[in-house]
Design a protein around this ligand. Structure first.
Ligand SMILES: Nc1ncnc2c1ncn2[C@@H]1O[C@H](COP(=O)(O)OP(=O)(O)OP(=O)(O)O)[C@@H](O)[C@H]1O
Length: 410
């Protein structure tokens, strides 16, 4: 068994920066969990605390059910691969791969056998006698991964291992990482800010934002049923339209009043009742770009009218910015704690109480444009009036705090 658990883990760096806040996370034996989030959200900090490279300020890291905060990195049976997997430059590939086993004082013949077997699995068996400087970036990263897993660690931590590679190599190595870790059944935590890597590799994805766990679920749950507006926006290949609406009601269902236009969520939609809990309040409505396409449908409440402002050719379709005269929503980041000074002028060791209270997603409003998908076969021009179909069952509804108004099932 090789499980990892974080119980209310926080990290405050000595300068007072709260990088991770009260994080609860359980990674099951053999699971592949991806930590996903924008740059600076604390992903690497989480990984480094699990590896024992960074002290835990508060809370407990458990490895195989045992508290591990006080264990040295070497006592944790964990292997880690970084963005630029560092190799010993004066060692050959063979010596680099063999090194962890030599340290563990494995039998000489067994080491030879394992090195050859693993190098074949990683497609680097032709490079065994070369020095790292003569390898391509992809080959070097394969050697780094091989060196990390040759000891068969119980936990494998990967920190953006593909980010320095070109697109073709990333795809190739991503597929190999997926099949290799699953074949070996190694519990893996993988850090990335690339949603494609997260969706393709993960058993489950943990979305981090400003050091706080924003969402946790399978790739399908995170993509189709995001718990927050931030997750919905981060996971879309194109920007998510977020519009501000006031909740009203009529005989047919809940009316979403966008100012100059209205959308209808019929009573038959299970989200109509939870929406009504926000009666006469503002909610944010998430509309994916691919769900906003031209239509002739005249049914009221099922479309938005606007005018094309800008067009971008995408090959199979156009992406258009459409001015529908409605208000879109954006988020401002949470306020971050500042380092504080003591009267003596030294930094004092900060505590969680020093951190400013986390302010939930604050919506700021601006008048802006909707992004829509237009079929490439038609002639679109700037200023063309356009009617965009809106399927209410495809809409996502978020309260002012950015959380879904309807229950999210995980
Ligand atoms: N030693 C440190 N002292 C102070 N602040 C730090 C330290 N290390 C990291 N930070 C800050 O903590 C925050 C989280 O950093 P971390 O490296 O964990 O983020 P990340 O999500 O992995 O980002 P990236 O994807 O850019 O690597 C960042 O704002 C970073 O500047």
């Amino acid at each position: 068994m090789a499980s990892v658990a974080l119980d209310a883990v926080s990290k405050i760096y000595p300068n007072g920066y709260l990088a991770v806040e009260h994080l609860d996370l359980q990674v099951a034996d053999g699971e592949f969990l991806v930590l996903l989030g924008p740059s600076g959200c604390g992903k690497s900090t989480v990984l480094r605390m699990i590896a024992g490279l960074e002290e835990v300020t508060r809370g407990t890291v458990f490895l195989n059910g045992r508290p591990a905060n006080d264990l040295m990195p070497s006592q944790r049976d964990i292997a880690m691969v970084f963005q630029n997997g560092a190799l010993y430059p004066h060692f050959s590939v063979r010596e680099n791969l063999a090194f962890p086993l030599q340290i563990a004082k494995d039998d000489h013949e067994a080491i030879r056998g394992k090195v050859v077997e693993l190098s074949r699995a990683l497609g680097i068996d032709q490079t065994l006698d070369r020095k790292p400087a003569t390898l391509s970036g992809g080959q070097r990263q394969r050697v780094a991964m091989g060196r990390a897993i040759i000891r068969q660690p119980s936990v494998f931590l990967m920190d953006e291992p593909l980010s320095s590679l070109d697109t073709a190599l990333r795809t190739e190595l991503r597929l190999e990482i997926g099949s290799m870790t699953r074949e070996l059944g190694i519990t893996t935590l993988y850090v990335t800010h690339d949603q494609v890597e997260a969706l393709t590799l993960a058993d489950r994805i943990a979305v981090l934002r400003d050091g706080v766990l924003e969402d946790l679920g399978t790739p399908g749950q995170i993509y189709d049923d995001p718990a927050t507006a931030f997750t919905a926006g981060f996971l879309g290949t194109t920007q998510l339209n977020l519009v501000v609406a006031q909740v009203q009601r009529c005989a047919d269902g809940v009316l979403l009043d966008l100012g100059n236009q209205r959308l209808l969520v019929p009573w038959a939609d299970p989200r109509a009742r939870p929406l009504l809990g926000h009666f006469q309040q503002q909610v944010m409505v998430g509309i994916r770009v691919d769900d906003l396409v031209p239509t002739d449908d005249p049914r009221p409440g099922m479309f938005l009218d606007g005018r094309v402002v800008t067009l971008e050719y995408q090959g199979s379709s156009w992406t258009a910015l459409v001015d529908a005269g409605i208000t879109t929503a954006e988020f401002v980041p949470r306020p971050r704690p500042r380092p504080r000074r003591r009267s003596g002028g030294f930094f004092r060791r900060p505590t969680l109480e020093d951190a400013a209270p986390a302010q939930e997603h604050v919506g700021i409003h601006r008048r802006s444009h909707l992004m829509a998908r237009m079929p490439s076969g038609m002639k679109w021009q700037r200023s063309t009036p356009v009617r965009l179909a809106v399927d209410p069952s495809r809409l996502l509804f978020f309260g002012a705090d950015g959380r879904r108004v309807d229950p999210v099932i995980r």
